[in-house]
Design a protein around this ligand. Structure first.
Ligand code: BES
Ligand code: MN
Ligand code: ZN
Length: 493
């Protein structure tokens, strides 16, 4: 991983292959720098060779006049629109441009951008996140890893009196991005490798490293507990299901925990209600919610959050086969509610139902689940926001706020009781699908039946992965979405 350092010095004297200069529209060239370069930057701005529009980048050779080989001018657009998210994206752009140019080291400074609204520690964190997340690669199956220019090995944050704040922000970002990289790795790993057993072992290993208590409930434990809804999904698979339970208690003794639940479907064929083959390969990402929860739990411990947090990840494949659940089958869930399984492809809600039921034993302050749950959510919101629903508006608002802060945006959909009609069953307490309309909402209406605590649900079907990156700091494949959002939420809640 790229090494980040914080150094108290003027940006113009830092030795690096490339030095980033952020500029707003209408900004003049920074004096010292421009002077040292004989007025080149101001000339470039004046002739409009470079216009500092949002996320524009231009490389300028320093011809030996500065310790840095080149300057990367990075546009931030209008000052009024500036935000942490914009800096995250701009820093990612800078890192990618630097790497492409063959640079191995980069210098930047965020000091001039800080304000009351955007304090230095948050901005440093945003910049560091943008850099680290944009440079992520998954190439373990390539004989010859892709050439992206250089290997950006070190990044220096030049700063002044804000050294402590910048250092704190950078440190937070490093720990968070480790969690994101873990979530991305688990997601990108093909399903023949990333089986429930593999995910459970990865969780055990990563949790041990940072001091999160982690145990795995095996099939026989799930049977003993009565998790018939979860087991109904696992039945068709030759891979044994695993229920990952992670506990991190570092808050006040009496404080009830926040429980995070993630869908850990390592491959979703649809089961007997089998999916069409087009894009079915993407269903290896159907454990992205679970990956995010594992990444968030390990990040919470690295960050030493003073909180009580539990992570629950039901892990299984959804396969057709001689022992698979059939449409019309009825399962008895952990809470006692019976479920008529009309469509075996609506399996995420079945495994979450028992995880949400299991969460009750913690008497949680709040439960947030995260799942690649419905194609309908993608239809409703596209790929730029996760669907957000729940039974407690304060909690929903807190999650939404964390989404704004982290750039992992969420958009609330209604969850009125009226939707419950769609999941009424003739033979059981509830059925697992509604009719054609409002599929993201009827899925949430189903989950709601298994909760009796403040609860929020995030449908990340549209945001968890993509064939191409949606922001400069995303990479193709798993987005690792949810780790930063969940940590931010837990911290502020
Ligand atoms: N994992 C899918 C949802 C999904 C679809 C995620 C596309 C990402 C991209 C989920 O298990 C599923 O199959 N949902 C069904 C529900 C339907 C049967 C009610 C869907 O969305 O079609
Ligand atoms: Mn499915
Ligand atoms: Zn699924």
């Amino acid at each position: 991983m790229t090494r980040l350092r914080v150094q108290k010095s003027d940006i113009t004297v830092v030795k690096a292959d490339a030095t980033v200069i952020f500029l707003f529209e209408g900004d003049k060239a920074p004096k010292t720098l421009d002077g040292k370069l004989g007025g080149r930057i101001s000339a470039i701005l004046k002739k409009k060779i470079f216009v500092p529009k949002k996320l524009s980048v231009r490389r300028v050779d320093t011809l030996g006049k500065l310790p840095a080989d080149s300057i990367l001018l990075v546009g931030l657009g209008s000052k009024d629109d500036f935000s942490g998210e914009l800096l995250r994206r701009a820093s990612a752009k800078a890192a990618l441009a630097a790497r492409e140019s063959g640079a191995e080291s980069l210098a930047l400074s965020i000091s001039g951008l800080a304000s009351k609204k955007n304090p230095a520690d948050e901005l440093a964190q945003c910049a560091a996140e943008g850099i680290l997340l944009s440079l992520y690669k998954f190439d373990e199956y390539k004989k010859k890893p892709e050439e992206n220019g250089g290997d950006l090995r070190s990044v220096v944050f030049a700063c002044g009196g804000d050294r402590e704040d910048v250092g704190a922000g950078v440190d937070t970002a490093e720990k968070l991005c480790k969690g994101v990289a873990l979530a991305r790795n688990l997601g990108n790993q093909p399903a023949n490798t990333a089986t429930p057993t593999y995910i459970a072992n990865a969780a055990l290993k990563e949790c041990r490293k940072v001091g999160v208590k982690c145990r795995i409930l095996e099939k026989k434990d799930l049977e003993r507990l009565g998790m018939g809804s979860f087991l109904a999904v696992a039945k068709g698979s030759a891979e044994p299901p695993k229920f990952i339970v992670m506990e991190y208690f570092n808050g006040a003794k009496r404080e009830k925990p926040i429980v995070l639940v993630g869908k850990g479907l390592t491959f979703d064929t649809g089961g007997i209600s089998i999916k069409p083959s087009a894009n079915m390969e993407d269903m290896k990402f159907d454990m992205s919610g679970g990956g995010a929860v594992i990444g968030a739990m390990t990040a919470a411990a690295s960050l030493k959050l003073r909180k009580n947090i539990v992570g629950l990840v039901p892990c299984t494949e959804n396969m057709p086969g001689g022992r698979a659940t059939k449409p019309g089958d009825v399962a008895r869930s952990l809470t006692g509610l019976t479920v008529e399984i009309i469509n075996t492809d609506a399996e995420g809600r079945l495994i979450l139902a028992d995880a949400l039921g299991y969460a009750k034993r913690y008497k949680p302050r709040a439960v947030v689940d995260m799942a690649t749950l419905t194609g309908a959510c993608m239809v409703a919101l596209g790929v730029h926001a996760s669907g957000l629903m729940g039974n407690d508006q304060k909690l929903i608002d807190a999650v939404r706020e964390a989404g704004e802060k982290t750039g992992e945006r969420c958009w609330q959909l209604p969850l009125w009781e009226d939707y419950d009609d769609q999941i009424k069953s003739q033979v059981a307490d509830v059925k697992n699908v509604g009719d054609r309309y409002g599929g993201a909402i009827t899925a949430a209406a189903f989950l709601k039946k298994f909760t009796d605590y403040p609860w929020a649900h995030l449908d990340i079907a549209g945001t968890a992965y993509g064939a191409k990156p949606r922001t400069p700091y995303m990479t193709s494949g798993s987005a690792g979405i949810g780790v930063r959002l969940l940590i931010r939420f837990v911290r502020d809640f």
